[in-house]
Design a protein around this ligand. Structure first.
Ligand SMILES: [Zn+2]
Ligand SMILES: [Zn+2]
Length: 70
């Protein structure tokens, strides 16, 4: 499942900010899967230089603060 912002950018389920335009996303998907492991370092991730949040590899914008990655 994907989360869409008001501009209909698709974001990975669980994103809090659109990774394309940085718009805050409101959760509420009924089929949200519990798979978030805070603190665990997963492979294939990149760290936000702005807020130090971990984002999935390939993201353009930080899902936490909306800063551009890379
Ligand atoms: Zn967007
Ligand atoms: Zn960030």
């Amino acid at each position: 499942m994907a989360v869409r912002c008001s501009s209909w950018h698709e974001n990975p389920d669980g994103s809090t900010v659109c990774d394309e335009c940085g718009e805050p996303l409101t959760g509420g998907s009924a089929s949200a899967q519990a798979g978030e492991t805070t603190g665990a370092r997963a492979p294939g991730t990149q760290r936000c230089l702005s807020c130090n949040a971990t984002n999935p590899e390939g993201e353009v914008f930080c899902t936490n603060c909306g800063a551009k990655l890379g």
